[in-house]
Design a binder for this molecule. Structure first.
Ligand code: PHE
Length: 344
């Protein structure tokens, strides 16, 4: 019959229990907690006790059951830890090694920010190959045959010879050409990607960098549309009080062309060493798509017009976070990258 001594005795037995195999554990469980197990039987007997006895033994009996369940669990856990036939084991209770979380690279952060602004304006994103042919990088964009960009001094060639040499794209305008080839009008795309130029590496130039270029072609697209698109972009990117100015420029594929400056977001036009006391920072090149480019890509330039723009992601990121040396972006020095953890 159930009594205090019996329970104490079973508690002691529990403490001594060991299991070498999974099977031992199962036997143990049946013996103690199974439908005809010892503890189950005690609970049956418990029901016949007087209220007085129930009060003194109830708590003890519950404790016994909890302990038995826990003991079997513990034994199962330690069995699981033993690997390789018991020769090697490891301690699951040891604290683990910290996994260091990375963060996004400032160039990726900036690219995403630029793209999300243009997505809001209704642009879609297009990507294309980094290894291109002369036609998509130069020919279709109205570069004359003698243009210096077609020279080995400026462009990396994969195979220089022949009618249509293979090269590393020098701008993502090539993706705009591919978009004109494959998509129907109107077109509104932004083309992010890596570009390559044969430049000596310095604080201000690198042979690899990243661009986002944009192209908008429809009926009645005017220079005013271009100006407004760039102004809205600049204000989203650098702050609502940002102003822009356009300076005349030249690109083979746009006419007229312009270089765009934004008011310095550091001194707000007062003059500082970032803007070299001019109050302005150059951010991108743009212009109306030259009719010759539209025609080269099978678009009727009497019906359609368009604008294009292109910016360097490194440059935008430099202006946004006042990074003074372009090379930081490529060296992956953790001290530099960690500065952007909170931005991300
Ligand atoms: N493709 C030009 C460059 O890489 C940028 C640009 C794009 C300028 C579109 C005007 C219009 O420098």
């Amino acid at each position: 019959m159930i009594d205090q001594n019996k329970i104490d005795e079973m508690m002691a037995q529990l403490r001594e229990m060991k299991a070498a195999r999974e099977q031992d554990l199962e036997e143990m469980r049946i013996k103690w907690l199974g439908r005809k197990g010892e503890i189950t039987r005690l609970f049956d007997e418990f029901r016949q006790l007087t209220p007085e006895e129930k009060r003194t033994l109830g708590q003890k009996l519950n404790e016994l059951k909890v302990n038995a369940t826990r003991k079997i669990e513990e034994l199962r856990e330690s069995l699981n830890q033993i690997v390789d036939g018991g020769k090697a084991s490891f301690d699951l209770t040891k604290p683990g090694d910290m996994v260091e979380l990375g963060s996004r690279h400032p160039i990726s952060v900036t690219r995403e920010e630029i793209l999300s602004i243009f997505r809001k304006f209704g642009y879609s994103v297009a990507e294309g190959p980094e290894i291109e042919d002369d036609w998509h990088v130069f020919g279709a964009l109205n570069f004359p045959p003698e243009h210096p960009a077609r020279d080995m001094q400026d462009t990396f060639f994969v195979s220089p010879g022949g009618e249509n040499p293979i090269l590393l794209r020098t701008h993502t305008s090539s993706v705009q050409v591919r978009t004109m080839e494959s998509q129907s009008l109107p077109i509104r795309v932004v083309c992010p990607g890596r570009v390559f130029r044969n430049e000596a590496i310095s604080a201000r130039a690198h042979c690899i960098f990243h661009q986002v270029e944009g192209l908008y072609i429809d009926k009645n697209v005017s220079f005013a549309d271009l100006k407004q698109a760039i102004l809205l972009f600049a204000q989203e990117m650098f702050g609502a009080d940002t102003r822009i100015r356009m300076r005349p420029s030249y690109f083979p594929f746009t006419e007229p062309s312009a270089e765009v400056d934004v008011s310095c977001n550091i001194c707000h036009g007062e003059g500082c060493n970032i803007c070299k006391n001019t109050g302005w920072l150059e951010i991108l090149g743009c212009g109306m798509v030259d009719p010759a480019v539209l025609e080269a890509n099978g678009i009727d330039s009497k019906v359609y017009s368009g604008f294009a723009f292109g910016m360097g992601i490194e440059r935008i990121a430099m202006l946004k976070w006042q990074v003074k040396d372009l090379r930081h972006y490529f060296e992956n020095d953790l001290r530099f990258l960690r500065e952007f953890e909170t931005v991300i």
